[in-house]
Design a protein around this ligand. Structure first.
Ligand code: PEP
Ligand code: MN
Length: 340
């Protein structure tokens, strides 16, 4: 249920109403915007008499919310959410663009720090790199694990870039928290691992970069975000990374760019795009990245490798640092053009 509060009402009166609603075991989310003050009620709202609420002098309007996604719903929070890192640093959403770049997987100290320095110079404001890798084949490189995380920390230290890395299992969460991983990525294969999502809600306030499932719908993505948010962590960034369709020959996945403006309407959460996994082809990554910016994405996460041909993972879709530098310049130009 959405309760819009009149603009001239004192905080004391709002607090009084919040207390009364909370005593009815409802979760009350308070949103103070430039244009509107909104209370979003989650839980068994049937216990509330809507007409009685409407009749209160501090209330402007009351509407029922039938959408299944609540905490992530834009009706609850009409302005864009801005996701902040626990350590400070770059913000994501509400006009703050995230340019996340780095290799698919951490392969060595030299490889990662070299790429980290290159992408930083080129304009990236986050470094990506997988230490725990979800591979389709058990015979492929599975990532460096904890050692890879430590290499990421060294690259963060060397460049100042906050890091984005994938968590696959619940048993590694403590280590991610201890090592102060800036943004925890939940990959397409784990988007509906609800135990993992619940725990991410309860145990950390670190931003969660939540990828769309391999064949996930937009609603399923939002419901997965809901699992994290309903359990206490509101810092969720959604990521469109392509979905499985009948196209198999010329693209790894099909980039659903319409998801960007659709999600912008439905939710206040930032939405970023991964053109690398969406296409599987470095030759079309730049054009899809630019298309994502034009569609209104709050950021791009892109794979960059110093030696794509010999990469241990996803070389075919990795840009070289030089290609990334060119793309970064174009993204900046496009942003400026869109602002005009
Ligand atoms: C990745 O970002 O390296 C990755 C494995 O992505 P996805 O979960 O989207 O396949
Ligand atoms: Mn990859």
């Amino acid at each position: 249920m959405i309760v819009v509060i009149r603009s001239d009402v004192s905080q004391e009166k709002i607090d009084h109403l919040i207390k009364w609603l909370s005593d009815k075991e409802l979760i009350v989310r308070e949103f103070h915007g430039e244009k509107q003050n909104v209370l979003g009620l989650i839980g068994n709202t049937k216990c509330i008499d809507m007409d009685m609420l409407r009749s209160l002098d501090i209330v402007e309007s009351v509407s029922d919310m039938t959408d299944t996604f609540k905490a992530s719903n834009r009706k609850m929070h009409p302005e864009d959410s801005i996701v902040k890192l626990e350590s400070g640093g770059p913000e994501i959403g509400g006009g703050n663009f995230a340019l996340i770049a780095g290799p698919c997987s951490v392969e060595s100290h030299e490889q990662l720090t070299g790429i980290a320095k290159d992408v930083k110079v080129a304009g990236a404001n986050f470094l990506r790199g997988g230490a725990f890798k979800p591979r389709t084949s058990p015979y492929d490189f599975q990532g460096m694990g904890s050692e890879g995380l430590d290499i990421l920390l060294e690259a963060r230290e060397a460049t100042g870039l906050p890091i984005v890395t994938e968590l696959m299992y619940l048993h590694n969460l403590e280590e991610f928290i201890e090592k102060k991983i800036d943004v925890i990525q939940i990959g397409a294969r784990n988007t509906q691992n609800y135990d993992l999502l619940k725990e991410l809600g309860k145990s950390t306030k670190a931003p969660i970069l939540l990828k769309r499932g391999l064949a996930g719908t937009i609603k399923e993505l939002l419901m997965s975000a809901e699992y994290i948010m309903a359990n206490g962590n509101e810092n969720v960034i959604l990521c469109e990374r392509g979905i499985r369709t009948y196209e198999q020959d010329f693209a790894r996945n099909t980039l659903d760019l319409s998801a960007v403006p659709i999600l912008k309407k439905l939710t206040h959460l930032p939405i970023i795009v991964d053109p690398s996994h969406a296409t599987g082809r470095s030759d079309i990554v730049p054009s899809m990245a630019l298309a994502a910016v034009a569609a209104g994405a709050d950021g791009i996460i892109v794979e960059v490798h110093n030696d794509p041909k010999n990469a241990l993972c996803d070389g075919a879709q990795s840009l070289t640092p030089e290609e990334f530098a060119k793309l970064s310049k174009k993204i900046t130009k496009l942003h400026k053009a869109l602002e005009e």
